[in-house]
Design a protein around this ligand. Structure first.
Ligand code: HPA
Length: 266
């Protein structure tokens, strides 16, 4: 990861961002808001993951957002692409090496709550790892026994709450359940998820949260709701719908994130 960090450092100049964001499906618009942007394709960064999911551009953008130095990872690699839950480890290790201390994750998700319809934004307060895997499988050190009691940082959650209130943007809160994908859930699985205490379901983010806590980063995560989950409407789900609907909640999420980042320590 030293090589990757050195390359990114040489391209972004004297900036020392402490804040990084990972943008999920259809949420790339935040990347366009970065000022003084330096863009580096993942393909040009040694060891960086290659994602082939449409709606994920695969680009690192360094610049400023709301007056704060940031690194935006536009596009992520998912467990379902190669069966590797640790696919984002090199990217997160590089952020850590660059001095990033705060990680804001975003994703698209299906809602289990009729009163949290498509277009809503949900701040993740906790998660359920339903994938049966873990990005720290194979990690030999005792650091693998990561505590996740406070996985989603209380200070960052308060900052997001405050930003939502200031911008007049509704912000739901709930538990995100990680399914491996890439097939969507069945109606029976969604009924199970409801019983188990989930509010939203998705195919990402949880491995990144675990890796980030392993690295000692402060983490917060938000979902934009693109659909009601399987069986809750008469309609079949599709990735096309995810991509089309994400910008709706995406606009709200961008407003919240920009306000929150402006209030964080530089
Ligand atoms: N399930 C899983 N992942 C998703 C969904 C969903 O309903 N919507 C967007 N990502």
């Amino acid at each position: 990861m030293k090589e990757a960090a050195n390359l990114v450092l040489s391209r972004i100049g004297l900036r020392a961002p402490k804040i990084a964001l990972v943008l999920g499906s259809g949420l790339g618009s935040l990347a366009d808001e970065v000022e003084d942007a330096v863009r580096i394709a993942y393909a040009d960064i040694p060891g960086f993951p290659k994602s082939a999911v449409t709606g994920h551009s695969g680009e690192l953008i360094a610049g400023t957002l709301s007056g704060r130095d940031v690194i935006v990872l536009s596009g992520r690699v998912h467990y379902y692409e190669h069966g590797d839950a640790a696919a984002m480890r090199p990217a997160l290790e590089m952020l850590h090496r660059l001095g990033v201390t705060t990680l804001l994750l975003t994703n698209a998700a299906g809602s289990l709550k009729p009163d949290m319809p498509p277009g809503s934004v949900m701040m993740i307060t906790d998660h359920i790892n339903f994938s049966g895997t873990n990005p720290l499988f194979g990690e030999p050190t005792d650091a693998r026994f990561v505590g996740l009691t406070e996985a989603y940082d209380a200070g960052l959650r308060a900052a997001l709450d405050k930003a939502a209130a200031e911008t007049g943007t509704p912000l739901h809160k709930g538990v995100y359940m990680w399914f491996s994908g890439p097939s969507f859930e069945t109606p029976a699985e969604i009924r199970m998820a409801m019983v188990l205490g989930a509010d939203a379901v998705g195919m990402s983010t949880v491995p990144e949260v675990i890796l980030a806590r392993f690295l000692g980063l402060r983490v917060a995560a938000c979902s934009v709701i693109t659909n009601l989950a399987a069986g809750m409407t008469g309609q079949e789900l599709s990735h096309q719908e995810t991509k089309e609907m994400a910008p709706l909640g995406g606009k709200r999420l961008v407003a919240i994130l920009k306000a929150a980042i402006g209030g964080l320590d530089p």
